[in-house]
Write a new protein. Structure first.
Length: 324
């Protein structure tokens, strides 16, 4: 009986090990997988560098709902009547799906049924940020694709730009991320753009006592009203999160946050907690290379959220649809 129990224990350990992400997961099954992604990114991203911000947002939104399983890529289907994460308000402005589809097509041609859509998103995000001059980080692979995608889960689980620090802390804690991760990952806003509805409440009719959010620098608020979001109903204008430095992955976002010029309420929230404020000051006191290192560690940690490995999930043939 003891021998039998030992065998079961060893098998369980082996299963656990095999179920973990690892560097070079495709080194035997599809040796050129990572190079195919990198080459395509190197070829196309210099012409559309804005995809860097788009893909990092896609990766973030994917990982915060059912883990990093590519569920954000799934299309809604009329036959089932199911509205997928793509249809949720936070994802209506996510872009880059065509880019991921093209990468999937290339990988299916090279190695059919081997490389998951979830891994493609994780690898392409890192490679895109590197090409645009930003940090690199480790991307262990072996994720499998989920088969469930529900719009209401995206709406309730993806942190919102109007969240306060308490809500943000809880959202991140639910995914085993801490306040330091919150501050570091928010640094991606240095290359981001936003549409007016995500922050215009800070400019118009903010509260019964103030039309403008008092935590937003008044001069910056006036500029936004005068030259960007000129009406409360503007839904199309794009605004840089890091004015004047949007194409550079640097520390200026944090400087703006301390000047009360963070675009979102969630940016301002980082200054209203002693720990997050301390992390911001530490980042600014350090070097850009140190920030890159810390940001990379946070991205790798995020990329491990509730991943499906081993026999869980599937390897989708088409990223927009589950296998039939």
């Amino acid at each position: 009986m003891k021998g039998f129990c030992l065998i079961i224990f060893v098998l369980a350990i082996l299963g656990s090990v095999q179920g973990q992400l690892k560097m070079g997961f495709y080194s035997r099954s599809c040796p050129k997988a990572e190079k195919i992604i990198q080459d395509y990114v190197n070829q196309h991203i210099p012409r559309v560098p804005s995809l860097g911000a788009a893909l990092i947002r896609m990766h973030f939104h994917d990982c915060f709902v059912r883990g990093c399983d590519g569920s954000v890529l799934l299309n809604s289907t009329s036959s089932s009547g199911n509205q997928t994460e793509k249809a949720a308000t936070p994802n209506l402005t996510v872009t880059g799906f065509d880019f991921i589809d093209k990468l999937k097509s290339l990988l299916e041609s090279a190695c059919p049924g081997i490389v998951s859509c979830a891994d493609i998103v994780a690898l392409a995000t890192r490679d895109t940020i590197v090409v645009t001059g930003g940090p690199s980080w480790r991307v262990p692979t072996g994720r499998r694709d989920g088969t469930v995608s529900i719009a209401s889960e995206a709406l309730s689980q993806i942190p919102a730009p109007f969240n306060n620090i308490t809500t943000l802390q809880q959202s991140f804690a639910n995914k085993s991320l801490d306040l330091k991760d919150l501050v570091l990952l928010s640094g991606a806003h240095t290359i981001g753009i936003a549409r007016c509805p995500s922050f215009s409440n800070r400019l118009y009719n903010f509260s019964a006592s103030s039309s403008t959010d008092p935590s937003l620098d008044s001069e910056y608020a006036n500029t936004l009203r005068a030259s960007k979001c000129r009406t409360p109903n503007d839904t199309t204008t794009l605004v840089e999160m890091d004015p004047g430095s949007r194409r550079t992955f640097d520390l200026s976002y944090y400087r703006l946050v301390l000047k009360r010029r963070g675009l979102f309420e969630s940016d301002s929230a980082l200054t209203k907690n002693s720990r997050t404020l301390r992390y911001i000051n530490k980042i600014l006191q350090g070097s850009l290379n140190n920030f890159y290192k810390e940001f990379g560690l946070a991205m790798e940690k995020m990329g491990r959220i509730d991943v499906k490995t081993g026999s869980s999930g599937e390897i989708r043939r088409n990223c927009a649809f589950v296998n039939s």
